[in-house]
Design a protein around this ligand. Structure first.
Ligand code: 5GP
Length: 122
């Protein structure tokens, strides 16, 4: 059962941020780290994570300061620009059990490279 109320310093994305395990970096600045998903669901599948400890979007919204939130969101646009996603892309963030969240460090999935299809599976 995923815990998104107490941050787990040993979650896999925390380890990636500490460079304890490898990842394929796409973009990095003071606020975010973006890297390829290990199990891509589309030709482009990037994970965008804050360089601070937030369990989920909910935790991020409640605890991050306004500047950090703003710079995090703007960084997503910088990533999309860098990847030249002229045909668009989809952003997803899963929250908790019903959201299907597996890794308890807030992240956006950026999916592109083909039409991504239906919003949810039936
Ligand atoms: P969630 O289900 O939490 O929204 O998404 C977690 C994502 O992390 C999944 O798409 C999964 O493939 C990805 N993932 C899990 N472990 C690793 C890893 O060690 N490296 C990378 N690059 N992605 C991972």
């Amino acid at each position: 059962m995923i815990d998104i109320t107490n941050y787990d310093d040993d979650n896999i994305f925390a380890k990636i941020l500490r460079q304890e395990i490898p990842s394929r970096k796409v973009f990095e600045n003071k606020y975010v780290y973006a890297f390829e998903d290990i199990n891509p669901q589309a030709p482009i599948h990037i994970l965008i994570i804050p360089k601070k400890s937030f369990c989920s979007f909910q935790d991020f919204s409640k605890k991050a300061d306004s500047k950090f939130i703003c710079e995090f969101i703007k960084s997503i646009d910088l990533i999309a620009e860098k990847l030249e996603l002229k045909e668009g892309y989809r952003l997803i963030t899963n929250i908790g059990k019903h959201g299907g969240q597996e890794v308890p460090h807030f992240h956006f999935h950026l999916l592109s490279g083909r039409p991504i299809g239906k919003m949810v599976s039936t």
